[in-house]
Design a protein around this ligand. Structure first.
Ligand code: C5P
Length: 238
C-alpha cells in the first residue's frame, strides 16, 4: 500500500479545535503538521494532547540559533516523538549537523525513532527584492540551490520547498532526499494567500514526497471529505 503523502497543517491556536480536527482526519491523512502558532500557545502539553488522535506528527518549529542551542531544542522536543521537524539552512552547516546529531542521540536515549530533520532554505515570503535588501549577492533560485547543497552535506533528511522549486531540487538532490511541499491547492479550493500553487497531483509528479495542505482541508465544511477527495485525486484508497 502506498504511503499517504498528505500532512494536514492544523494552523489553529485552540488545542481542542486541533484535536477535533485531527480526530476527524484519522485514516484520511498521513499525519498532521503543527507549527509555531500552536506550539507557542499550547506548548509541549498541547502537542501531547493531540497524541490521542494517533497521527504522525510534523512539528514545524524552524529552529535557527547557535548549534548548541538548536541541539538543546531538538533534545527538548524529542519526547514528543515528532516524525519530522525543521531548521533553517541559513543557520549553517554546523547548526544543521548539531540538529541531526541531537535528533539521533535524544531519540536513542528515549528508545524512539529519530525525527527526520528537514531544512528550510529561503522562506517563500521572501522574493528577489527582499533578498537584495538583505544583501545577498546571488539570485534567489541560486541561493536556494546553494542552501539545499549545504543541507545535504550537513546530513539532514530533506527540505521544505515551494511548488516552484520542487522540480529543480529533485534533480539536484536525487531520489532519496525528502522534499516536503506546502503551497498545494486542489483545483476546487481557494488559493487564499498562496501565490504559486500546484495541485496535489502536479506536485507529486514534479517530485514531491509529502504535501503540506492546510486550509483546503481545515476550512472545508467537511474536512474528512475534503481529505478523501484529495486522496482520491492522488489515486489512493483511504
Ligand atoms: O493553508 P495552507 O495549505 O496554505 O497551509 C500551508 C502550511 O504550510 C501553513 O502551515 C504554512 O505556514 C506552511 N508553509 C507554507 N509555505 C512555506 C513554508 C510553510 O505555506 N514556504
Amino acid at each position: 500500500m502506498k504511503v499517504n503523502p498528505v500532512f494536514c497543517a492544523l494552523d489553529v491556536v485552540d488545542s481542542d479545535q486541533a484535536l477535533d480536527l485531527a480526530k476527524s482526519l484519522a485514516g484520511m491523512v498521513g499525519g498532521i503538521k503543527l507549527g509555531l502558532e500552536f506550539f507557542t500557545a499550547n506548548g509541549p502539553a498541547g502537542v501531547r494532547a493531540l497524541a490521542a488522535a494517533d497521527l504522525p506528527l510534523f512539528l514545524d518549529l524552524k529552529f535557527h540559533d547557535i548549534p548548541n542551542t538548536v541541539a538543546g531544542a531538538i533534545k527538548g522536543i524529542a519526547p514528543l516523538a515528532p516524525k519530522m521537524t525543521t531548521v533553517h539552512a541559513q543557520g549553517g552547516i554546523a547548526m544543521m549537523r548539531a540538529a541531526v546529531d541531537s535528533a539521533a542521540e535524544s531519540a536513542a536515549r528515549l528508545g524512539l525513532v529519530a525525527p527526520r530533520i528537514l531544512a528550510v532554505t529561503i522562506l517563500t515570503s521572501l522574493g528577489q527584492a527582499e533578498m537584495d535588501e538583505l544583501g545577498y549577492a546571488r539570485v534567489l533560485g541560486d541561493q536556494v540551490k546553494r542552501l539545499a547543497d549545504l543541507a545535504q552535506r550537513a546530513g539532514v533528511g530533506g527540505l521544505v520547498c515551494s511548488p516552484h522549486e520542487v522540480e529543480a531540487l529533485r534533480v539536484q538532490c536525487g531520489a532519496d532526499f525528502k522534499l516536503v511541499v506546502p503551497g498545494i491547492r486542489p483545483d476546487w479550493a481557494a488559493a487564499n494567500d498562496q501565490k504559486r500553487v500546484l495541485t496535489p497531483r502536479q506536485a507529486m509528479a514534479k517530485g514531491a514526497d509529502l504535501l503540506v495542505i492546510g486550509r483546503p482541508i481545515t476550512a472545508a465544511t467537511n474536512p474528512a471529505a475534503a481529505a478523501a477527495r484529495i486522496l482520491d485525486e492522488l489515486g489512493h484508497d483511504a
